[in-house]
Design a protein around this ligand. Structure first.
Ligand code: 4AD
Ligand code: MG
Length: 465
């Protein structure tokens, strides 16, 4: 049991106890009142609600009360009583107040009026103190916990895949290089090229774009694994859905075919959304009221409805027949843009869609090839307001087909020797997918910009804090 003065506001607001001594510690959201009584709304980050502290002005030093302003941090000792005001079950009648830290109203940027999300991004080091980011960060924590719980309960092992790597899993070449070489004085070979043999790892290395390749090694030994870690993409995409550093969840399963992969992806997403509805109700209601009044309805809708499963080829037919003017063309062979994905989901089916069997030219080298010679057993899960939330596939398990594809794409067989070896010894059908953690959070919180669902976003030109 935690000592009584360690109790947090979320717990105090739920307790049945009354007329007992209580200690609360937190940051002042507002202070109002008159010359007889002051009301301080105190928040400690444990929930979106504040606790009301009632101060009998006659019992306190004026100078102390003057220093209690929005943003100040306090310890209050007092009596927990039924609240006379509406909107809260209890309040604290203050007996003593200690100021841990003041917040000068002339300089403290978070005054009580509503700030724009753009302004809050500029002061991302303070925004966790707002109701909105408190709610988002609590939901983010709950989703991370639910992800581990989901997999643990189903016999998957959490595997830590490396962050520094010499292989480009997605083959898109959008990697951040890692080096300890002096950029102003690079060692050169006799031919004048950069001499990577003198670099820390003795060869060019980068930050990983995905833990999948090593995840596959785990699946082909432990049966079912998942990774959950940071991934890095140096693509110059300034959109509300792209980050240069994001977190990805990647399950990888032996003996799973594409159908099993789809089933897992759908069940997993529904579980996470239901978990949020069950465990983050107060924060979701707050976000629903503040930013997106369709949020809770949309979450319930996704949990209650089957996802549509559709061939890429059929998807292109629907898009072409739609008569819709898209910014980008969408002929067979094109990579779908978010506008196309969202048309299928929001306008045509009005449900999440799992699109499968994409042209092999627009997908990564590791995907299992279909017999038609043109398509691969890929799947993308497309969500309302988001577009692609999951990308995955059945993996090519055949050594000859895989190594031929690696050669066709001009990739380095020498760098991928260890990956190709898994297909030489004890190869097995297997599948997996990657869920972008921040894309999931965009959906679950209803926030519109991915910069607002991660504490400290990294995007082109921005690595502050
Ligand atoms: O589709 P992607 O690139 O797939 C992979 O990386 C596979 N290796 C996954 C696997 O099969 N194990 O990325 C997977 C997901 C996307 O669907 C998207 O949700 C998210 O990662 N994602 C991003 N999220 C934020 N910012 C970016 N720049 C992202 N790029 C991908
Ligand atoms: Mg993808």
């Amino acid at each position: 049991m935690l000592n009584a003065n360690k109790r947090r506001i979320a717990e105090i607001l739920r307790t049945e106890e009354r007329n007992c001594d209580i200690t609360v510690k937190g940051w002042v959201r507002t202070k109002r009142g008159n010359k007889n009584v002051a009301f301080i709304a105190l928040n400690d980050g444990s929930c979106v609600s504040n606790i009301q502290v009632v101060v009998d002005v006659a019992n306190f030093d004026d100078e102390l009360l003057r220093r209690i302003t929005t943003g100040a941090c306090l310890r209050v000792d007092g009596l927990l009583v039924d609240s006379m005001g509406s909107g809260q079950p209890v309040e604290v009648q203050a007996r003593s107040i200690e100021i841990y830290g003041t917040a000068d109203p002339e300089t403290y940027p978070l005054q009580k009026k509503g700030h724009s999300l753009e302004f809050l991004r500029d002061i991302a080091y303070l925004r966790p103190r707002t109701n909105t980011f408190g709610a988002v960060l609590r939901i983010r924590h709950n989703m991370a916990y639910a992800i581990h719980k989901y997999f643990n309960d189903r016999g998957f092992y959490y595997m830590h895949t490396p962050i520094i790597t010499a292989s480009d899993c997605e083959g898109a070449g959008a990697m951040f290089q890692v080096t300890t070489m002096d950029m102003n004085n690079l060692p050169r070979t006799e031919e004048g090229a950069v001499d990577y043999s003198q670099d820390f790892f003795g060869k060019p290395c980068s930050m990983t774009v995905s833990g999948q390749l090593e995840g596959e090694l785990g699946a082909l030994a432990l049966g079912r694994i998942y990774t959950f870690g940071p991934t890095f993409r140096a693509e110059n995409s300034n959109t509300p859905r792209h980050l240069a550093e994001f977190w990805m969840i990647e399950p990888e399963m032996a003996f799973y075919e594409l159908e099993d992969d789809m089933e897992l992806a759908e069940d997993f997403l529904k579980y996470l959304i239901q978990y949020a509805l069950d465990n983050c109700a107060e924060d979701l209601e707050f976000l629903n009221k503040m930013w997106d009044n369709g949020l809770i309805e949309r979450l319930k809708f996704v949990v209650e409805n089957d996802f549509v499963r559709l061939d890429y080829t059929k998807g292109i037919e629907i898009l072409k027949a739609s008569g819709q003017k898209f910014e980008f063309p969408c002929d067979w062979g094109c990579d779908l843009q978010s506008e196309h994905e969202r048309y299928l989901v929001e306008e045509h089916f009005k449900k999440p869609v799992i699109l499968i069997n994409y042209p092999k030219e627009i997908k990564a080298f590791y995907m299992k090839q279909n017999d038609d010679g043109k398509t691969v057993r890929a799947m993308d899960v497309l969500f309302p307001k988001i577009g692609e939330i999951i990308g995955g596939s059945e993996r090519e398990a055949d050594y000859t087909k895989l190594s031929t594809r690696v050669k066709e794409l001009g990739m380095s067989e020498r760098e991928l020797w260890w990956y190709l070896d898994t297909r030489r010894w004890g190869s097995a059908p297997h599948s997996g997918f990657g869920l972008g953690f921040e894309r999931l959070l965009l959906f679950v919180t209803g926030m519109a910009n991915i910069r607002d669902v991660i504490p400290f976003p990294r995007t082109p030109g921005n690595a502050e804090f």
